[in-house]
Write a protein that binds this ligand. Structure first.
Ligand code: ADP
Ligand code: MG
Length: 222
């Protein structure tokens, strides 16, 4: 269970302070969709969960463990951005390996897992290419492959499928669903496509006027 309570963050500029408020609850194996206009504070929430921003107050608990007290590298989180997920000067192989073993040399078992995931995602023939030699859609598939191998309990998707053609996007969404269910992840997916929410989300939240609210019209019963 992921439980976010009274989480707040304020951007302070010379003239103004604007505070964002977040609260949500989700079980493992589920996907939450987050909608909201550009600038409404969606990415701010993911950055707080991942630890890129320090919250002013509140809590983010995964099965009763307070994540806000953990340094970034200890948080059980994988985050995927719209772009720039890969190290451009490294090969596909190396990019994926870094996701599971940031330090030192990979062992046989890890190398096997990299091969397996590349094959599952139809990326084997690109393994030795540099990230920059791939198309945008292929790069995002590599990033998703890395996220899958990391297998952290919380998967945060900050519009990573924006700009992909629809067919690729739908393939990626399928994978997200499969990854989430097979590994019992807690997946929070920011998107501006209502279709993504209809296809994937167990619950949908919207950011408006600085507050994250459950959109009851979307809730699925199961
Ligand atoms: P979204 O992801 O919904 O587009 P963000 O969470 O990125 O929105 O940003 C929320 C708001 O915070 C935006 O209005 C943005 O301009 C503002 N903002 C983001 N970063 C800063 C900053 N460093 N200083 C001041 N305001 C910021
Ligand atoms: Mg954003």
């Amino acid at each position: 269970m992921l439980n976010i309570e009274n989480l707040t963050y304020s951007y302070k500029t010379v003239a103004t302070i604007y505070t964002y408020h977040f609260a949500l609850q989700m079980s493992s194996g589920k996907i939450i969709g987050v909608l909201g206009e550009s600038g409404s504070g969606k990415s701010t929430m993911l950055d707080l969960i991942a630890g890129f921003l320090d919250a002013d107050s509140g809590s983010v608990k995964l099965d009763d463990e307070e994540l806000l007290e953990l340094p970034i590298e200890k948080r059980p989180v994988t985050i995927l951005f719209q772009q720039h997920n890969l190290f451009e000067h490294l090969s596909v192989h190396k990019n994926i390996l870094l996701g599971i073993n940031p330090k030192g040399k990979a062992n046989k078992e890890q190398l096997g897992r990299v091969k397996e995931i590349l094959s599952q995602m139809n990326l084997s023939k690109h393994e030795q290419k540099l990230a920059t030699e791939l198309s945008g859609g292929q790069q995002q598939r590599v990033a998703l492959a890395r996220a899958l191998l990391r297998n952290k309990p919380i998967l945060l998707l900050d519009e990573p499928f924006t700009g992909l053609d629809r067919e690729t996007r739908l393939q990626m969404l399928d994978l997200v669903k499969k990854i989430t269910e097979d590994n019992n992840l807690h997946t929070i997916m920011i998107t501006h496509e209502i279709e993504d929410c209809n296809l994937l989300a167990d619950q949908v939240y919207s950011m408006k006027d600085g507050i994250l609210k459950l959109d009851k019209s979307f809730s699925k019963e199961d």
